[in-house]
Write a protein that binds this ligand. Structure first.
Ligand code: DAK
Length: 258
């Protein structure tokens, strides 16, 4: 399968999918997002594949967020519609994927990029990576489940601090917070992730599928949180702060919120 914005390779039962928009720091436009959805669904239906690794092409970015240029003009309705689509892809395709998905975080994992990494089953980071949910600096809040998944992974206090300050954390902090499972040198990121995949491959695919489903059942009481997030997220669009925040980024300026 040929993709416009992804690279996909299969080697010894491991499918490595790389987001490939390096000149935009692998920012996730809708086309790329839909391709990612398609690539993962294809991996699920391919019996040759047992584990999926998602990474970013190049050394600088995993995914530097959703494509700000694309979403800067969205209305509330469009924001709501796409938030639903995004939630569906992150929950159904990634988090509840019957095959394990490892995020190999090779650089910036910001906004929607970190949200994708958090929906994956396991996260390995390069020591050079930086992670954050900077949406509030754009007059927005995380819209792909980030408010719920971050709090679940690192606790409410740290999640609130990261989201409210829009601060990026480095790989050591991410490891210390429990946001990632492992931190390795950049050049070891893919070999280490493949080694981890190979350990998983030794185990029963059926048991793995059932284990993922069971561990994810722990999320169920929080589904109302996702609904609240979708509502609050879409209400940010068209606001003065959102227009100011996205415009400032696109003009390479710092926004001044009142
Ligand atoms: N979107 C679009 N372009 C981006 C981008 C992004 N998120 N991140 C980087 N780029 C582009 C830059 O504009 C620049 O393009 P050119 O000017 O060269 O054409 C190129 O990538 C290189 O970036 P920089 O020149 O800025 O590189 P630096 O090394 O100086 O800085 C940086 C790296 C990662 C600190 C910086 O690029 C940065 O702050 N990037 C933006 C990070 C960010 O705020 N990401 C968005 C978070 S908000 C939605 C659901 C979810 C979301 C939105 C909508 N719906 C359901 C509707 C999610 C929102 C987010 O993810």
């Amino acid at each position: 399968m040929i993709y416009k914005n992804l690279l996909s390779s299969i080697n010894n039962r491991v499918n490595i999918i790389s987001i490939n928009r390096p000149d935009k720091l692998n920012a996730l436009n809708i086309e790329t997002f839909k391709e990612l959805d398609k690539a993962i669904n294809l991996a699920v239906s391919n019996s040759e594949i047992r584990v999926i690794i998602i990474t970013g092409f190049g050394k600088k970015a995993f995914i530097a967020g959703a494509d700000i240029k694309e979403f800067a003009n969205f209305t509330k309705d469009k924001g709501h519609e796409l938030s639903h689509l995004g939630h569906k892809i992150l929950s159904n395709t990634i988090e509840n994927c019957p095959k394990p998905i490892i995020a190999a975080i090779n650089g910036y994992a910001l906004g929607g990029g970190l949200e994708i990494a958090m929906a994956c089953h396991i996260r390995v980071t390069s020591s050079k990576a930086k992670m954050g949910l900077p949406e509030t600096s754009l007059g927005l809040i995380p819209g792909y489940g980030g408010t719920q998944r971050l709090a679940r992974l690192i606790g409410k206090g740290r999640a609130l601090e990261m989201i409210l300050s829009a601060r990026m954390i480095n790989a050591d902090e991410a490891l210390n917070y429990g946001l990632v499972n492992y931190k390795v040198l950049q050049e070891e990121l893919i070999p280490f992730s493949v080694e981890l995949a190979n350990k998983i491959i030794l185990n029963s695919p059926n048991a793995i599928k059932n284990a993922i489903k069971s561990v994810n059942a722990y999320n169920q009481p929080d589904s109302e949180g996702f609904n609240i997030e979708m509502k609050e997220f879409s209400s940010c669009f068209e606001t003065e702060d959102f227009i100011k925040g996205t415009k400032a980024f696109l003009n390479k300026e710092k926004p001044e919120f009142n």
